[in-house]
Design a protein around this ligand. Structure first.
Ligand SMILES: Cc1ncc(COP(=O)(O)O)c(C=O)c1O
Length: 381
């Protein structure tokens, strides 16, 4: 059986170091807002190339804390609009609605599958205050068009970097060329959910930014709005990173670039072996550092049939995501929207196993099974 993601094996690669680090925290008797958090925040801000990193409880909170911080600073007000890709995980949208802001959905570019920068301008109104880009599947979503547009219109550029830790923006001639995701906009939210490229052994998240005022208010809001302790000038929430998760993340951060390189190697195998009609990644693009392949999506009209054929071969796959945010039951106010590309992607997407512990042989076996299933005529195909 090839599981979709073998988190036990991924953790196992660094088990001794992780256990020693966790033991250190357990023995210290200090479990929140301590030395491990401080050290991880320092390491992760250095890694991303930002001046501030604030740990928090999860990726959804990280995005919501950025927006709450901006509301607190008077940059936006409840009722204002935030542009967001239509094809994203629900959390990007929940962060916006949780803060009383309105999401405005924009379709993806059909080639990159990232928010289409050329469609954003049409989505802007007098109430737009920010654009949230999502580095979906681990691919950098930033473009010069988006950066320029935000500057011209005075909009905050927020990155949802839940899926692309360590990824770089590549654009020769740009001042941002080679910079990591999480440092490309005004602020970025990161998720360290266990299945992410940089995954904790539980929930964790962080905000990175170069904006000292924003970092400061986010730190306060995430700790009940207290300043000083037990005095609350601001209505806050409880969203902190555990010391144990912080120390585990610091161990795993050392191996992130190497693990992302292995993901690119596996992506290269898929890209070379699979039919171009299914695979959005060209073989020559697989080893570029603008993609850390959190997921390896393929797109297929007979997606469900293919998924069943792969299960029969012992290969587990997943769908990211079967229902786009604007079609979710919890959002009846968006059901009238027509976002045909996003809807088609939701009907045809299938994510293949990819991870630092997937072997060449497994990737070849999976590719062969897909090629076989894809070329075998079925009654309804
Ligand atoms: C694109 C995206 N944004 C936000 C999140 C939310 O992160 P978390 O699960 O840590 O709250 C996730 C992952 O779960 C995600 O994939």
């Amino acid at each position: 059986m090839i599981s979709f993601l073998d988190i036990q094996a991924i953790t196992g690669r660094h088990a001794a170091e992780i256990e020693a680090a966790a033991r250190g925290v357990i023995r210290s008797g200090w479990y929140l807002r301590g030395e491990a958090t401080r050290q991880f925040e320092q390491a992760y801000s250095t890694f991303t190339g930002t001046t501030h990193c604030v740990g928090c409880a999860n990726g959804l909170d990280a995005l919501a804390l950025i927006l709450k911080g901006y509301i607190h600073l008077g940059v936006m007000r409840p009722g204002d609009e935030v542009v967001v890709p239509a094809n994203t995980f629900i959390a990007s949208v929940l962060a916006i609605t949780r803060c009383g802001l309105t999401p405005v959905f924009v379709e993806p570019d059909p080639h990159t599958l990232q928010i289409d920068g050329t469609l954003i301008e049409k989505a802007l109104t007098t109430r737009t205050r920010a654009v949230m880009i999502v580095h979906l599947y681990g691919r950098c979503a930033y473009t010069e068009t988006i950066g320029d547009l935000c500057r011209q219109h005075g909009l905050k550029l927020i990155e949802d970097n839940a899926q692309a830790h360590g990824c770089r923006y590549l654009h020769a001639g740009s001042p941002l060329n080679g910079k990591r995701t999480g440092s490309l906009g005004d602020a970025a939210g990161h998720s360290f959910y266990p299945g992410k490229n940089l995954g904790a052994l539980g929930d964790a998240g962080a905000v990175t930014t170069d904006d000292a005022e924003l970092a400061d208010i986010i730190r306060t809001i995430g700790n009940y709005g207290m300043r000083p302790k037990y005095y609350c000038p601001t209505e806050g929430v409880n969203s902190r990173i555990d010391e144990i998760q912080a120390t585990i993340l610091q161990v795993k951060l050392k191996y992130l670039d190497e693990e992302n390189a292995w993901r690119r190697h596996i992506a290269g195998i898929y890209a070379r072996q699979l039919p171009a009609a299914l695979c959005p990644i060209k073989p020559e693009d697989a080893d570029k550092e603008d993609n850390v392949f959190h997921l390896f999506p393929i797109f297929c009209l007979n997606r469900d049939k293919l998924q069943h054929a792969l299960i029969a071969q012992g290969i587990e796959t997943q769908i990211h995501y079967p229902v786009p945010p604007h079609r979710q039951e919890c959002f009846p106010q968006f059901h009238r929207l027509s976002l045909p590309l996003t809807e088609r992607l939701a009907q045809t997407e299938l994510s293949l196993p990819i991870s630092p512990v997937l072997t060449d042989e497994e990737a070849i076996f999976i590719s062969t099974a897909i090629n076989h299933a894809y070329s075998t005529p079925t009654k309804n195909s």
